[in-house]
Design a protein around this ligand. Structure first.
Ligand SMILES: [Fe+2]
Length: 240
């Protein structure tokens, strides 16, 4: 039994994509699809399947909250696959994304070509001004305000969900985060098996915070142990 469980955790669950739909009560009529923590290491067919599933959802925009790769040589291939996303794609860097200047140029091009943007501590308007998208890798409070923004939805992308603790009086309609991977290995019906410091109290799922509703996605890839248990990789579709 233990052997079967290990095989499942190593080879089945890490590529068994889940789709999760969440409805928030803003009635803005906007659907945001969220993926995060790809940790792409050459599993081409898997990432292609992720993009196919993303494209099959009725998204208005697609958001990526970091950790696309851990090593620079994988970035070009990962971006080549992400370039097939057919909706405006917005993204921020995670803690493992270490790129040189040429890579930053390339990633900006790929996100811009979808109609979206790679966000470097900035706010932009999307969908003809309906949505304000902010991307923060530093202090949320330091994000510049947009002048005359009449956006119905204010969206924040952060990598580490703990950033909401430092938001001060800034408030958003939705905050998207990754980073925790949901702990990757969880007790059935319970929390993470290992109390890793990166998981923290915002481990996975929807939380109501002082900065607004926070959705923590357990991610697409794995870090460290290439296994998942009771923590399937996820594509989230959030309706606002
Ligand atoms: Fe990650």
């Amino acid at each position: 039994m233990a052997c079967l469980t290990a095989l499942y955790a190593l080879y089945v669950e890490p590529v068994w994509l889940a789709e999760r739909r969440i409805v928030l009560s803003t009635s803005a009529g906007v659907c945001v699809v969220h993926i995060t923590d790809l940790h792409y290491r050459g599993s081409r067919r898997y990432l292609e399947r992720v993009v196919e599933r993303v494209n099959g959802l009725d998204a208005d925009i697609v958001c990526v909250t970091g950790d696309i790769v851990e090593e620079l040589p994988y970035l070009e291939e990962a971006l080549g696959i992400l370039a097939r996303v057919k909706r405006p794609m917005y993204g921020i860097r995670g803690i493992h994304d270490c790129w040189d200047a040429a890579a930053v140029v390339k990633i900006k091009e790929v996100f811009a070509a979808t109609g979206g943007r790679w966000l470097l501590d900035e706010r932009v308007l999307a969908l003809d001004g309906t949505v304000e998208v902010a991307g923060s890798t530093a202090s949320i409070g330091s994000l510049p305000r947009l002048v005359d923004s009449a956006a119905k939805v204010r969206l924040l992308l952060v990598h580490d969900p703990a950033a909401v603790e430092r938001a001060g009086d800034v408030r958003f309609d939705l905050i998207l985060a990754g980073h925790t991977h949901g702990g990757q290995l969880r007790i059935p019906g319970g929390g993470p098996i290992f109390d890793l410091p990166l998981v923290g109290k915002y481990d996975r799922g929807l939380f109501q915070t002082g900065a607004g509703p926070l959705y923590v996605n357990p991610g697409i890839g794995t870090y460290g142990v290439p296994a998942r248990f009771c923590c399937r990789p996820e594509i989230a579709a959030i309706e606002l």
